[in-house]
Design a protein around this ligand. Structure first.
Ligand code: NDP
Length: 294
């Protein structure tokens, strides 16, 4: 039976570390990290995410600035809010909750965020820095996966890694991070042939697809480390609903060496890494070296 990689516990420890470092930053430099989160519209899932981000930012000792904007706000008004936040010294991290309504260009919005405050790591400048190995901001979900992998496996170099999914927010940055760790990386997607065979070659298998329980036990190499990024809500036979990942947990658990559960695996790491990135931004913007052992 695979070891369960407890993302919830790891994220709790990371948040505690962020809280302690925040307290040091405040006492030694009188700087309080500030995270601004912008929500456009009333999407219930996005509202929950934004509420959690604000709550956890406050618990870490941050300033939290929530901007809830109506669905019909113009693109221009949203861009000018970003200009104000870019200029605001109290704000070190800016996050725009996606998706945005169709009349607003997500690309224009992401482009407008100061890359030094782009704690989601979506700005083209940070994407380029990750691709070329420079120091920037890495998107929170793949950063969380990478922390879990390094904590469990230590040195990843030379391992065969397969990432299923090639989105800009998970699959591609995940592949870039694994390459940076000297893995031999394969990125699979909806056009990949013989996906099960490709997955069976993986020492590290990351599933970021959005298809409930797609990865089965006989797709997994015995002893592999499996990271399940997927969050899918399914209806159960009794009419209630449940959250499941992209990995068929019951069958994969019999074969893998280690596996992240859903919920309680990658999910909690995402917000913890957002806080971590914001703390890093507060240091960098003020020219304070970030302690290396974190
Ligand atoms: P996207 O829909 O943007 O990307 C899905 C990827 O999966 C695409 O590259 C697509 O290929 C590929 N894909 C789809 N169907 C198949 C298939 N049958 N076989 C192989 N590949 C396939 O999703 P995201 O990357 O945004 O998210 C993926 C999952 O992760 C979702 O369940 C999402 O909810 C979850 N998620 C979880 C987060 C967390 O905090 N834990 C954060 C972000 C996302 P192609 O490019 O060819 O279309």
């Amino acid at each position: 039976m695979a070891l369960i990689l407890d993302g919830k516990a790891f994220a709790g420890k990371l948040r505690e570390k962020v809280r302690e470092m925040t307290s040091t930053l405040m006492s030694e430099h009188r700087i309080q990290p500030g995270l601004a989160v912008i929500l456009v519209g009333e999407d219930p899932a996005s509202q929950v995410y934004v509420r959690n981000k604000g709550k956890q930012a406050l618990e870490a000792g941050f300033n939290s600035f929530e901007h809830k904007l109506p669905d019909d706000i113009s693109e221009e008004k949203l861009l000018s809010l970003l200009d104000r936040l870019n200029d605001d010294d109290k704000v070190h991290g800016i996050l725009v909750q996606l998706p945005l309504p169709p009349h607003i260009s997500e690309q224009k919005v992401i482009d407008r965020i100061n890359p030094e405050k782009d704690v989601d790591g979506f700005h083209i400048s940070n994407v380029g820095k990750l691709a070329t190995g420079l120091e920037g901001f890495v998107p929170c979900t793949p950063l969380g996966c990478s922390m879990l992998l390094k904590d469990y496996l230590g040195d990843l170099s030379g391992l065969n890694a397969v990432v299923v999914g090639r989105s800009n927010i998970v699959g591609k940055p995940m592949a870039a991070l694994l390459l940076k760790e000297s893995c031999t990386v394969t990125v699979a997607h909806s056009r990949t042939k013989n996906l099960a065979d490709v997955c069976r070659r993986a020492d590290i298998l990351v599933a970021a697809v959005g298809r409930p329980k797609m990865i089965k036990g006989d797709w997994v190499k015995p002893g592999a480390t499996v990271i399940d990024v997927g969050i899918n809500r399914i209806k159960k036979e009794d009419g209630t609903s449940a959250l499941v990942g992209d990995v068929d947990f019951d069958s994969v658990q019999q074969v893998a060496g280690a596996i992240t559960p859903v919920p309680g695996g990658v999910g909690p790491m995402t917000i913890a890494c957002l806080l971590y990135n914001t703390l890093v931004a507060a240091h960098r913007i003020n020219g304070i070296p970030f302690p290396a052992d974190t």
